[in-house]
Design a binder for this molecule. Structure first.
Ligand SMILES: Nc1ncnc2c1ncn2[C@@H]1O[C@H](COP(=O)(O)OP(=O)(O)O)[C@@H](O)[C@H]1O
Ligand SMILES: [Mg+2]
Length: 235
């Protein structure tokens, strides 16, 4: 098994407050790891740490064996933040072209990227006039500039209705079938079954990890919300 991302004893303390505590995780290449936890549980902080954007109090993170944040990882790993910055007054194509220019990347064309997220027919449309689902796919497209091998997506499905969420997860699975590795966060336990592996997070610490089936078997709970609540109550 090759780990795409390896996190060991990650600890982040800010203003005397422990935000992430002794967090360990291995993410296998070609899998979707779901980081699930309520708001404030540390999801964004962990993702920022993997990108090398967060000052670590303790611990080590390696991405493809290289220390997180190393410049050789710049095109291999992409990060889509919670409030993805797409420009409303630019068309879909122009948004992607802007990202490509900003990153100085030419490994894939704007047309190729829009095709990956099924926005070819919207290429000339202003982002302001896109539907919620289309806007989410355009935000995702900005993370595909440069053909990254790892996608780190912070709450990509937030605010989308169930059908659009399902479509986005289908797209994520298409990416893993092509060999990409995904780290995806969500505060919705219902998203668990779309992931190969899960980490349930609370207060910056791991409540449980494993595949959805393993977690169900171990806890005896079918429903992910009840499973999460039972783990919190046991703490
Ligand atoms: N810049 C900051 N300074 C101090 N505390 C912060 C800062 N950013 C986030 N936090 C705190 O860290 C905790 C985890 O935040 P975050 O990683 O954003 O969680 P999540 O993404 O799961 O909602 C929260 O309690 C939040 O208030
Ligand atoms: Mg967050």
């Amino acid at each position: 098994m090759t780990s795409a991302i390896s996190i060991s004893k990650l600890t982040v303390i800010r203003d005397g407050k422990v935000i992430v505590h002794e967090f360990d995780l291995e993410i296998e290449s070609g899998k979707i790891l779901g980081l699930l936890g309520p708001s404030g549980s540390g999801k964004t902080t962990i993702m920022r740490s993997v990108m090398g954007l967060q000052r670590l109090t303790k611990g080590a993170i390696r991405v493809f064996g290289t220390p997180a944040g190393h410049k050789s990882l710049r095109t291999r790993v992409s990060y889509s933040t919670q409030d993805a910055s797409i420009y409303r007054d630019l068309t879909c194509s122009e948004n992607i072209e802007y990202f490509r220019a900003m990153q100085g990347i030419s490994s894939n064309s704007t047309g190729e990227i829009l095709e990956l997220v099924d926005l070819t027919n919207n290429r000339k449309q202003l982002a302001a006039t896109l539907s919620g689902g289309e806007r989410a796919r355009l935000a995702l497209a900005t993370a595909l500039v440069g053909k990254p091998e790892i996608l780190i997506l912070d709450e990509p499905t937030v605010g989308l209705d169930p059908l659009l969420r399902r479509d986005l997860w289908k797209l994520f699975h298409r990416f893993t079938s092509e060999g990409k590795t995904l780290l995806v966060s969500s505060h919705m336990m219902e998203e668990a079954d779309h992931c190969d592996e899960l980490v349930l997070l609370r207060g910056g610490a791991i409540l449980a990890k494993g595949s959805p089936a393993q977690l169900r078997k171990k806890s005896g709970h079918e429903n992910m919300n009840s499973l999460f609540i039972s783990l919190v109550e046991k703490q």
